[in-house]
Design a protein around this ligand. Structure first.
Ligand code: FAD
Length: 343
C-alpha cells in the first residue's frame, strides 16, 4: 500500500497556510485514487492548532517538529525539519504546498533521501496502474505528463488548483520528532520580514477577481484629454475596496518602461498573456483592453470574463468574453467605486 505524506511549515500565527490546505486537498484526491494511507508532517514554533484543524478525517497519523528555530523561513532549518519528518514517515509519495519555504526546500530534501522531485503539479492520473502527474511548461503552452519509478517522489502542488478540505477535523495521533538545532542550522539570521503595505501589493493570487487595466486608460479620451493620473486614482481605489488582483496588457506595461504617461504602480509582473502570466481567478474584469489574442490566452484559467470597452467590435466581442459592457471605463469604475465605498 502506498503511503502519502503532506509536509508543510505553519504560518507564524500557527495556522496552516492556504497553499498547505490545497496540498492536503490534492493528497486526499490521490489517497482515494491509490487507496493509500495518508499522513501529515508539520513544523514551526507550535503546530498543534494546525493539526487540530485539518478540515478532514482522512489523515491517519501525524509528525511534528517544533521550536523557535523552526519559526522562520530559512533553508537549513526548514530542510532539517522536513528531512526528519520524511525519514520518520517513510512515505513513498511526499506532497508539498506551493510556498516559498517548501519550494526552496524540497529539492534538497529529496536529494538527501535519494528521491526525486517535481514542482507545479496540477493533476493526477492513473495510467496502466502507474501514477502520472501533469504540469505546464513554457508559460502554460505545453502540458507534460510525467511518471517516475524512483521513490520517494516529492510532488509540489501548483496553487489555486485543488480545494482545501472543509469537513470535520479528526485529530490524528501525532509523533513529536526532535531535531538537533546546531550552529549550521541557525547560521543564517532572519532579522525580519519586509512586506509592501497592503495597498501597494497589487498582485494577489488568492483574490477572487482579476482586474485587468489596458492601455486605453492612458490614451486620449473622447473629450480629447489624457487622464492617466485620474485613471491611476480610480484603479487604486477599486483595488483597495475590492481586494482584487491587478493584471495588465503588454501595451500598458511597455508604456510604463518607456516613460510615457502611465500608471506608476504597473510593472512587468502585472502583465497577463502569451509573454506574461496565466493567473487563476474565479472572475476577471478587463477594462480599456482590446482583447487581442496574445493577451487573452493569459485568461485561460479565468472562469467568468467581463469587459468594459468603448468599442462594441473589440477583440473580446468575438466570443472571448461572457459579458461586454460597451461603456466608458472611467464612468463605470467611478460609479463602482462609489457603490463599494457606500457599503
Ligand atoms: C509575440 C507577442 C506577444 C505578446 N504578448 C502579450 C502578452 O503577453 N500580453 C498582452 O497583453 N499583450 C501581448 N502582446 C500584445 C497584444 O497583441 C496587444 O498589442 C496588447 O494586448 C494590446 O493592449 P491593450 O488592449 O491594452 O491596448 P490597445 O490595443 O491600445 O487597446 C486599448 C483599448 O482601450 C479601449 N478604450 C480606450 N478608452 C476607453 C475607455 N474610456 N473606456 C473603455 N475602453 C476604452 C479602446 O477601445 C481599445 O480597445 C503580444 C504581442 C506579440 C506580437
Amino acid at each position: 500500500m502506498s503511503k502519502i505524506l503532506v509536509v508543510t511549515p505553519v504560518e507564524s500565527d500557527g495556522t496552516l497556510p492556504q497553499a498547505a490546505g490545497e496540498a492536503l486537498g490534492a493528497a486526499i484526491t490521490l489517497k482515494e485514487m491509490l487507496e493509500a494511507e495518508l499522513c501529515i508532517g508539520i513544523w514551526g514554533q507550535d503546530v498543534d492548532m494546525a493539526i487540530e484543524n485539518l478540515g478532514t478525517d482522512a489523515v491517519s497519523s501525524g509528525f511534528k517538529v517544533e521550536g523557535e528555530a523552526f519559526t522562520v523561513s530559512r533553508y537549513a532549518s526548514d530542510a532539517a525539519a522536513c528531512e526528519a519528518i520524511c525519514r520518520q514517515a517513510k512515505a513513498d509519495i511526499v506532497i508539498t504546498p506551493d510556498s516559498v519555504r517548501t519550494n526552496r526546500t524540497i529539492a534538497g530534501v529529496a536529494f538527501r533521501l535519494n528521491g526525486v522531485s517535481d514542482t507545479h503539479i496540477t493533476e493526477f492520473k492513473i495510467e496502466n496502474g502507474d501514477l502520472v502527474v501533469s504540469r505546464w511548461h513554457y508559460r502554460q503552452r505545453i502540458l507534460a505528463h510525467l511518471k517516475r519509478s524512483q521513490r520517494p517522489w516529492f510532488i509540489s502542488i501548483e496553487s489555486g488548483v485543488f480545494i482545501p478540505p472543509q469537513g470535520d477535523s479528526k485529530v490524528p495521533s501525532t509523533e513529536a520528532l526532535s531535531v538537533d538545532v546546531n550552529d549550521a542550522l541557525t547560521r543564517t539570521t532572519v532579522k525580519g520580514i519586509e512586506t509592501p503595505a497592503g495597498d501597494e501589493q497589487t498582485i494577489r493570487p488568492d483574490a477572487e477577481l482579476l482586474f485587468v487595466a489596458g492601455a486605453g486608460w492612458t490614451k486620449k479620451q473622447p473629450d480629447g484629454e489624457v487622464k492617466a493620473a485620474q485613471a491611476a486614482d480610480i484603479i487604486l481605489e477599486f483595488l483597495k475596496e475590492s481586494k482584487s488582483s491587478l493584471g495588465s496588457t503588454k501595451s500598458l506595461v511597455d508604456l510604463s518602461s518607456e516613460g510615457a504617461a502611465v500608471l506608476p504602480f504597473m510593472t512587468q509582473l502585472n502583465q497577463v498573456g502569451q509573454t506574461g502570466s496565466t493567473p487563476r481567478h474565479d472572475k476577471g474584469l478587463a477594462t480599456c483592453c482590446h482583447g487581442e489574442e496574445p493577451h487573452v490566452v493569459g485568461w485561460r484559467f479565468v472562469n467568468e470574463r467581463r469587459v468594459i470597452n468603448l468599442d462594441p467590435n473589440c477583440g473580446w466581442a468575438h466570443g472571448k468574453a461572457d459579458v461586454l459592457y460597451v461603456a466608458d471605463a472611467f464612468t463605470v469604475m467611478q460609479k463602482v467605486n462609489e457603490l463599494l465605498g457606500n457599503q
